[in-house]
Design a protein around this ligand. Structure first.
Ligand SMILES: *[C@@H]1O[C@H](CO)[C@@H](O)[C@H](O)[C@H]1NC(C)=O
Ligand SMILES: *[C@@H]1O[C@H](CO)[C@@H](O)[C@H](O)[C@H]1NC(C)=O
Ligand SMILES: *[C@@H]1O[C@H](CO)[C@@H](O)[C@H](O)[C@H]1NC(C)=O
Ligand SMILES: *[C@@H]1O[C@H](CO)[C@@H](O)[C@H](O)[C@H]1NC(C)=O
Ligand SMILES: *[C@@H]1O[C@H](CO)[C@@H](O)[C@H](O)[C@H]1NC(C)=O
Length: 510
């Protein structure tokens, strides 16, 4: 068939147009469905005023996201936020694609402090209000030594909370940032008791899962919590260092099984001395010795039964330790001098405004003045040792002295309280089972054995929760993350007023 008339061409053009418009809509529809199952959320909890000119925060988002953020500056309006990935690969650990990022808002000179900041994403007309803590440097620190504790999750062993706090307090720590995700009622009793005893010196920081539809919970393809490494461990440690800025001079980044030892039993004194010797230090890197402490949990029913069995601590011989644990170290930071780090390494420090050089990391490796014992609580090889060798270089007298100090201090603390004789058992069997399950969760996720071929995110909250078998319930903190990339598709309740029509008039319908 030939097209020769004007009408023929005309109808082809009309057909093409209709087809094009149809395709436009089709494309849009397709894009919208493809979005489902992608992780588009951008999650923030808190921001910090670190200087007169800057508000800083850390946030989580999928590693492929390239959406720019914006913030509302008083008297200026919406401005883009400077950000960078904490890694060249823009991912966190072990194939966990929900990555931690650094965000920075520049403020005009002499901006008064605002308790909240409005954050949003490019092209988004919704925004989220995020609290801002003022951590600008003051004339002095309120505390010399503080501790950031990695979020406790599906946590059962309340006895180690007591050992941890007493060991730090006995050696000079006066400020604790305890991050909480999920824990048993017994743990809550212990935390409540210490909160009452320590007051503001113990900050319990709620640190929840990311918000997720209940239909997607535990689903590897649609629950963002399946892609977050160890409850946002990397975001936690950076958030905590910002929180401690200008409040605490030295802050250790720890887990509950990290047990500090100073040869003088006075860590704050030790660090003060070191910071005079090394005025440009941003942090001190110390040994972290894999050790075993025999637990007799079955015999502990009440807080009064706590004995701090430090005499049973054994340090493993170097050759008996897996290579990565043999070389891993622990860090104690000056919070306002560090920018980017992880459990064992430093990637970036602040620049000293006077010398224009980055502050430095001081190695104290091999020092017997200050080190950490890494007391693994559950390790089959350590519970029933056969091919594991211990070294005998540990100063047992020092540990016994420390134990005595901890016991005195603790007896005084619980003396005459109802807490001392509160029955917290049965708990030990559930604790052991839960710890086994959590250890298993380091080697398996979503029904897949984890190795370099199976690149599935390890130790995620969504992955581990489904592997718990003890049947006990955990107290979970309330939702604390905010998604600043919400883009709702809403029903429209409005309509442009139409001109009057007889058919819509009440006369027609009556
Ligand atoms: C942020 O939004 C609130 C309303 O939710 C508004 O009152 C406030 O002025 C905004 N902040 C800035 C800095 O614009
Ligand atoms: C960053 O990337 C390297 C490999 O490129 C990886 O070894 C490391 O664990 C990653 N994560 C962080 C937080 O540095
Ligand atoms: C550590 O030493 C300082 C100063 O020498 C002292 O004020 C403080 O009480 C000591 N702390 C402990 C826990 O011994
Ligand atoms: C233990 O082994 C690591 C790695 O081989 C080494 O760097 C470290 O110096 C050793 N430590 C001791 C105390 O021998
Ligand atoms: C407990 O408190 C009582 C008085 O309140 C006191 O006499 C006793 O010495 C205290 N015991 C300890 C171990 O601190």
């Amino acid at each position: 068939m030939r097209c020769s008339s004007f009408y023929c061409y005309y109808s082809i053009v009309v057909l093409l147009l209709v087809f094009g418009v149809f395709n436009l809509f089709k494309d849009r529809d397709e894009k919208e469905t493809v979005e489902i199952g992608k992780f588009r959320g951008i999650y923030v909890q808190n921001a910090y005023r670190v200087s007169d000119e800057e508000v800083r925060f850390f946030y989580l988002e999928n590693q492929d996201n390239r959406v720019n953020l914006k913030s509302q500056i008083p008297l200026v309006g919406w401005k883009p936020i400077r950000w960078f990935c904490l890694n060249t690969t823009c991912s966190d650990y072990f194939y966990c694609s929900m990555a931690t990022r650094f965000g920075s808002v520049s403020l005009p000179p002499h901006s008064p402090h605002q308790l909240y900041i409005n954050l949003s994403t490019e092209g988004n007309n919704e925004y989220t209000v995020v609290p801002v803590k003022d951590v600008r440097p003051g004339p002095t620190y309120s505390h010399t030594l503080g501790v950031c504790l990695q979020p406790i999750f599906f946590f059962t062993d309340w006895t180690i909370v007591i050992q941890f706090l007493e060991s730090w307090i006995a050696q000079g720590a006066t400020k604790f940032y305890f991050y909480l995700h999920s824990y048993t009622w017994q743990t809550k009793k212990v935390l409540d008791f210490y909160k009452e005893s320590l007051g503001d010196d113990l900050e319990l920081v709620e640190w929840s899962d990311l918000p997720v539809h209940s239909k997607d919970r535990g689903n590897y393809d649609s629950d963002p919590n399946s892609r977050v490494f160890r409850h946002g461990a990397i975001a936690f440690m950076h958030d905590c260092m910002l929180r401690a800025r200008s409040v605490v001079k030295f802050v250790a980044n720890t887990d509950l099984d990290d047990f500090p030892v100073s040869s003088t039993l006075n860590i704050s004194d030790n660090l003060n001395y070191l910071s005079i010797k090394y005025p440009n230090a941003a942090q001190f890197k110390v040994d972290w010795l894999l050790s075993h402490q025999k637990q007799n949990w079955g015999a502990v029913d009440t807080p009064r039964d706590m004995g701090f069995s430090l005499e049973s601590v054994r340090v493993l011989q170097n050759e008996s330790i897996r290579w990565d644990y043999r070389t891993a170290k622990k860090l104690i930071h000056r919070p306002e001098r560090v920018v980017h780090f992880d459990m064992h390494s430093v990637f970036q420090n602040e620049v000293d405004s006077v010398t224009k050089n980055q502050y430095s990391t001081i190695d104290l490796l091999g020092s017997s003045d200050l080190y950490f014992l890494h007391l693994r609580r559950f390790e089959q090889k350590l519970v029933t040792p056969h091919d594991v060798f211990y070294n005998n270089r540990l100063d047992t007298n020092l540990l016994l002295k420390l134990k005595e100090r901890m016991l005195d201090q603790y007896s005084e603390r619980i003396n005459g309280t109802r807490f001392a004789d509160t029955i917290l058992s049965p708990w030990s069997e559930d604790a052991l089972n839960t710890m086994r399950d959590l250890e298993q969760c380091r080697c398996e996720a979503f029904g897949t054995v984890l190795n370099h071929k199976n690149q599935i995110c390890q130790q995620s909250s969504a992955g581990c929760e489904g592997m718990l078998t003890s049947g006990i319930s955990f107290i979970k903190t309330r939702q604390t993350w905010k998604n600043i990339n919400r883009r709702g598709r809403y029903n429209n309740y409005f309509e442009k007023p139409k001109s009057y029509s007889f058919f819509s008039s009440p006369y027609f319908w009556s």
